[in-house]
Design a protein around this ligand. Structure first.
Ligand SMILES: [Zn+2]
Length: 238
């Protein structure tokens, strides 16, 4: 009988659905051993499945598969190997230029290093020169934080407070009015936090260059990754 690691992508043989294993459960008198599994795109729904209804989904070495590799990570059910902070302005500029980055069509989830929960994100997938995926993605992560009051109202409160302390003639009501004004700010008029930008990688590639002096002369740089086997060749001849 096959055992699955947790989490791992499996196919539910009777329905063909792709699921992610969450927890192993032992056999009882009423049912055989199995796994609690969630659909890849809805990790909040979990059901129990007998082991023999599940089969492991096998990755093809050297190929980033959209359904097997990208969707489960975008949906937050499998981990990216690397999540690095990057410059927000550069990331936005890259994405705006559409230079090889394709928007993932749904809301994605990113668990930033050090966070114990996932945040909403938009991600942009990096394409290869050959029409596949490199396994890298730009992520723009929504930063809720506390919505802040508009700065001109905060300044008015600070001014009123300073005057109330330092000027005897200042009516106390001015400070109260400034505070009330600030408190009355509707949530959609408050200042939003800036999003954060991250570079996500399924594999931190280690490039093995198999080019020869002759092939490089012709602009052909054959290479692959020693870890995931991906073809990282570049054809720079025109
Ligand atoms: Zn690799």
């Amino acid at each position: 009988m096959m055992e699955f690691t947790v989490p791992q992508l499996v196919r539910h043989k009777p329905s063909g659905n792709v699921l992610v294993t969450r927890r192993y459960y032992e056999a009882t008198q009423s049912r055989g051993a199995g796994y609690s599994c969630s659909p890849v795109k809805n990790s909040n729904t979990t059901r129990g499945y007998p082991i023999d209804e599940l089969e492991a989904m096998v990755r093809k070495r050297g190929v980033i598969d959209y359904d097997l590799d990208i969707v489960p990570r975008a949906q937050g059910v499998l981990n990216w190997e690397v999540i690095e902070p990057v410059d927000l302005a550069l990331t936005l500029s890259n994405v705006a230029a559409c230079a090889g980055w394709t928007a993932y069509p749904e809301i994605a989830w990113v668990q930033k290093p050090g966070d114990n929960r996932k945040s909403w994100a938009r991600i942009f997938l990096h394409g290869t020169q050959w029409g596949g995926w490199t396994g890298q993605a730009h992520a723009i992560v929504y930063e809720g934080g506390q919505s802040k009051y508009p700065s001109h109202l905060r300044d008015a409160v600070v001014d009123a407070a300073v005057r109330a302390v330092h000027k005897r003639s200042e009516p106390a009501g001015n400070l109260a009015a400034a505070v009330l004004d600030m408190e009355a700010t509707k949530y959609y008029q408050r200042e939003a936090a800036m999003p954060s930008a991250w570079l996500l990688s399924i594999c931190k590639h280690e490039v093995v260059d198999t080019g020869t002096a002759d092939s490089k002369m012709r602009g052909w740089h054959p290479a692959h990754c020693s870890k995931c086997g991906m073809n990282l060749s570049v054809d720079s001849s025109d």
